[in-house]
Write a protein that binds this ligand. Structure first.
Ligand code: PLP
Length: 414
């Protein structure tokens, strides 16, 4: 099975470029040592607390696997998504570079005191679907600095408000995410601000690398939390992707920590913005863009340009690419919100729930018999998910839960 449509809702592509990495080839930027630095830094925040890892035991029985674990980022630092891990780490690395210090020598309070004298009053500038920008705006506020955040057309009111509430300037453009990034770059050049973007391009790799390193705090927490529950490692991990930064950071860390026993990674994207899937489909080993308005309810994943830092890590290590319809993510939102038996209820936004939506169909429909075999998904599987956001657009969340919006066609349900 190389590729299959199988179902109107889901397209699958087995990654035939996966390689067995030698020790030297494991991505050093996500070594355990680097990840420990990020975690150590985040632990210095006043409101640091590891986010919970829940085991959904009743759901795992229903879906036919041994364990379903969900790392719930919906309340990271009292914000609504994991993204702040990246923004805070990158901004601090930027300041440390100016101070000629290693980040392991400072903590967040120290940076708070010294930020202004190092970087003056030049603002941090970024483009965002919502979550990254909120993280940058929060970090800037904590440091007493200014942030200017650009959002693409049709951004949800609540996502814009959440950014403004931190004192940042939020500008909604009339173009898609990728073009909004270009506008932010122009602005940063024009006024001499610090561009803090979560994707990379030629000549701009430090900040996005630091952002991805910041994400590894959640990966390090998961590794410890699984071990505490007696699990040496998950057998499978579902990683949703926009530019691929989060997926590559988790995968890069897992390859370093679990080595030859790295879990099989399934990369999940929306049909409307499946740039990693499209890159794998073109199959020349290089990243490729997808264009269009990128409209999807999985707003955090609505990116058409893969990060060139993330792509090679995903290409070399992922097991499978999945591209899915909005109805699949909405199904995931409802699955998390309606726990089986006494499982924990998870409030998950559309981008956070895409993985469980896909998984529920892979396990439940006869169409996917062969896929389950290829992936080795069975009663011995220990499957890990990341709920990367809460209800960041509460209006759409309500539409999905209360009004059953974005229903699966009945022929594809299970
Ligand atoms: C909630 C959520 N999940 C996942 C992602 C994907 O992250 P990346 O763009 O690094 O692939 C994002 C990105 O904004 C997000 O907001």
């Amino acid at each position: 099975m190389k590729q299959g449509k199988h179902n109107d809702m889901i397209r699958l592509l087995l990654n035939e470029r996966k390689v067995k990495l030698s020790k030297e080839d494991r991505p050093k930027i996500f070594s355990k040592k680097e990840a420990n630095k990020a975690r150590h830094f985040h632990m210095s925040f006043d409101n640091y607390k590891a986010t919970p890892l829940y085991s959904l035991d009743n759901l795992s029985k229903v879906l036919g696997v041994k364990k379903i674990f969900i790392k719930d980022e919906s309340n990271r630092f009292d914000l609504n998504a994991f993204k702040v891990l990246g923004g805070t780490y990158a901004i601090t690395k930027l300041i440390c570079e100016k101070m000629n210090k290693d980040i392991s020598e400072v903590d967040f309070n120290y940076i708070r005191k010294h930020a202004a004298e190092e970087i003056g009053n030049a603002p941090f500038i970024t483009a965002t679907d919502g979550n990254h920008g909120r993280g940058i705006a929060w970090a800037a506020n904590q440091l007493g600095q200014k942030a200017i955040v650009y959002l693409p057309m049709n951004s949800a009111k609540r996502r814009v408000e959440a950014i403004r509430e931190t004192g940042a300037e939020a500008i909604v453009t009339d173009v898609n995410y990728d073009e909004t990034v270009l506008m932010a770059i122009e602005k940063a050049k024009e006024i001499g601000g610090y561009m803090v973007q979560d994707t990379a391009w030629e000549g701009y790799t430090n900040v996005p690398t630091w952002i991805m390193q910041g994400y590894t705090t959640m990966g390090m927490e998961v590794i410890d939390q699984l071990a505490l529950q007696g699990y040496e490692r998950p057998t499978h991990v579902f990683l949703q992707a926009g530019v691929g930064g989060m997926a590559a950071a988790m995968l890069g860390l897992f390859v370093n920590v679990y080595k030859d026993k790295c879990p099989k990674a399934i990369i999940v994207e929306p049909n409307a913005a499946n740039c990693l899937f499209a890159s794998a489909e073109i199959d020349d080993g290089r990243p490729h863009n997808v264009e269009g308005d990128l409209q999807t309810i999985m707003v955090g994943l609505a990116c058409g340009v893969p990060s060139p830092i993330a792509w090679p890590i995903i290409r070399d290590n992922a097991e499978m690419y999945v591209s899915c319809d909005d109805a699949v993510a909405a199904r995931g939102v409802r699955i998390f919100a309606n726990p089986v038996g006494d499982d924990t209820k998870i409030v998950s936004g559309e981008s956070g729930a895409a993985g469980i939506g896909v998984f529920s169909l892979l396990m439940g429909l006869d169409d996917f018999d062969e896929v389950r075999k290829v992936l080795g998904l069975d009663e011995n599987s220990v499957v890990l998910f990341f709920n990367t956001e809460g209800d960041t657009d509460p209006v759409n969340y309500g539409e999905i839960i209360w009004n059953g919006k974005y229903r699966m066609p009945s022929k594809d349900q299970c």
